[in-house]
Design a protein around this ligand. Structure first.
Ligand SMILES: Cc1cc2nc3c(=O)[nH]c(=O)nc-3n(C[C@H](O)[C@H](O)[C@H](O)COP(=O)(O)OP(=O)(O)OC[C@H]3O[C@@H](n4cnc5c(N)ncnc54)[C@H](O)[C@@H]3O)c2cc1C
Length: 450
């Protein structure tokens, strides 16, 4: 059986590595760009600052993935304590926001508490994400943080999103704990799966995936952009004129694009693919001459005094993210802004509006603004696969059709499941689908049963 893989992001590389580990020979990976890593790649700009495509933090759900990371980096990583904060009303609130509202000005704190004490409704029956928020956080927290922040990140009306994806992704509420934190002035920051994280010493997050790919690079064909898929004859055509036959195909490119490139797709499948919703992202890297003593890792910005929803103190992740590895002379801020048809953003102005936003939000002083030495913009048309209310029904139609044609679509935009769309999940979707193809094993990550 000849297996072809489309896309050399974490998912395609997970599949490839697993095929290599199993000792299989009849497979090949094709990638559009001239490098591996996909959305998890990194770049060095002309001023020697390293940038990721937005703040990437390794969550660790799987021993298999951890082992691949450790093998790829061969000990050359730093281990960091997660430290994330929310910026609003000229105040810093440790994340998770609801557990630390004692940092808010009194009026806002009172409103948040009032909302929490007046909670009504059952989150399990909320019809969408927006209404789920009301039942879990109450009016004050929704108004100050949840609603404006999520509007900024997702860039779609929140009532069009489902609540089923939430799981461990949003820290929920324990009123007694919050009241105790306020009374005893406790900073309660130990939530979630990512309390510590590894980061490569050199080369940014992308070093993980170039390290993984190095072991089978003769099997990766770069600069191969998919142009057409003939499902009936199982042939792929690439823009560079190459054609390839497959028996089984693992797709990791965005599912809606993949379906558009397939010949002879039933109307209901095409229609389902067109119903999938995503947003885009503008990642702005700002490299500054100067020292920044601030231990925060990443920060959330719900307010509209800045375009971005998140900023990473990227110099804190590795000193080699700045020129000469000299964090006493340089620092780097990586800022993420969402765009979508509901939330248009001017690409030509985003660097300047980001810098102004950093000043407005108290992240950059006027004198630091004068010492900006690098401005780096990355535009990613596919940033977040949005879990809309109709998503699962659309995916069921598409996947039934594709799998009957021996095509398995996996990964962040291949599967279109945000809740299992991080690096570790995407990588493991690639690993697990190989087992599924070869042995019929279940795919816990793709099925959401991890
Ligand atoms: C802003 C942002 C922040 C993130 N933060 C985190 C984080 O903190 N932690 C975390 O774990 N994850 C994070 N992620 C998610 C992480 O980037 C993804 O999980 C991961 O890159 C998905 O891997 P993938 O292989 O499924 O898809 P991708 O990385 O999208 O790879 C798909 C590959 O397919 C290729 N391709 C596309 N079209 C074609 C074509 N026509 N022909 C051939 N090849 C094609 C692409 O070039 C790409 O290399 C973040 C993502 C974003 C956008």
């Amino acid at each position: 059986m000849k297996i072809l893989i489309l896309g050399a992001g974490p998912c395609g590389l997970g599949a490839a590595r697993h095929l290599r580990k199993l000792g299989l020979e009849n497979w090949q990976l094709f990638e559009r760009s001239g490098h591996v890593g996909g959305l998890s790649a990194s770049f060095v700009d002309s001023h020697s600052f390293t940038w990721d495509i937005g703040g990437h933090v390794l969550f660790s759900h799987y021993d298999y993935f951890d082992q691949a990371v450790e093998e790829a980096l061969d000990g050359a990583w730093y281990e960091h304590q997660r430290e994330s904060w929310v910026r609003l009303i000229d105040t810093w609130v440790p994340y998770p926001f609801q557990n630390n509202i004692r940092h808010l000005p009194q009026d806002a704190l009172d409103k948040c508490l009032e909302g929490l004490r007046a909670l009504t409704g059952d989150p399990r029956t909320a019809p969408n994400f927006r209404e789920w928020m009301d039942t879990v956080f109450g009016a004050g927290i929704v108004r100050h943080f949840m609603e404006p922040y999520n509007r900024k990140v997702w860039g779609v009306p929140l009532h069009e999103m489902s609540r089923e994806w939430i799981g461990e992704r949003v820290s929920v509420v324990d009123l007694a704990r919050i009241e105790r934190n306020i009374a005893e002035k406790i900073d309660d920051v130990n939530w979630g799966p990512n309390n510590t994280f590894k980061f490569p010493q050199r080369g940014g997050t992308g070093a993980i995936f170039s390290g993984i790919a190095r072991r089978f690079q003769e099997r990766i064909s770069l600069n191969h952009e998919l142009a057409e898929v003939d499902l009936a004859t199982r042939r792929l055509a690439f823009l560079n004129g190459r054609h390839e036959h497959y028996d089984t195909l693992i797709n990791t490119i965005p599912l809606d694009i993949f379906i558009e490139l397939c010949r002879d797709v039933p109307d209901k499948v095409r229609k389902a693919a067109r119903n999938l919703v995503h947003n885009g992202g503008l990642i702005v890297g700002i490299g500054v001459e100067g020292e920044r003593r601030d231990s925060k890792c990443w920060m959330y910005f719900p307010e509209d005094n800045c375009p971005f929803y998140r900023v990473t103190n990227f110099h804190n992740y590795s000193l080699w993210n700045v020129p000469d590895g000299d964090t006493s002379r340089f620092f780097s801020l990586m800022c993420e802004t969402t765009y979508s048809p509901h939330k248009p953003v001017c690409r030509e102005e985003i660097v300047e509006t980001t810098i102004q936003g950093l000043v407005n939000a108290g992240m950059l002083s006027e004198s630091e603004r004068e010492r900006i030495v690098s401005r780096y913009l990355i535009d990613i048309p596919y940033s977040y696969p949005v879990p809309t209310v109709g998503r699962d029904a659309a995916l069921a139609v598409i996947n039934t059709f594709l799998e009957s044609n021996r095509v398995y679509s996996r990964g962040r935009f291949g599967a279109w499941k945000y809740e299992v769309g991080n690096m570790d999940h995407s990588f493991m979707q690639g690993v697990e689908v190989v087992d599924r193809i070869l042995t019929g094993a279940e795919e816990p990550t793709f099925l959401g049963s991890i």
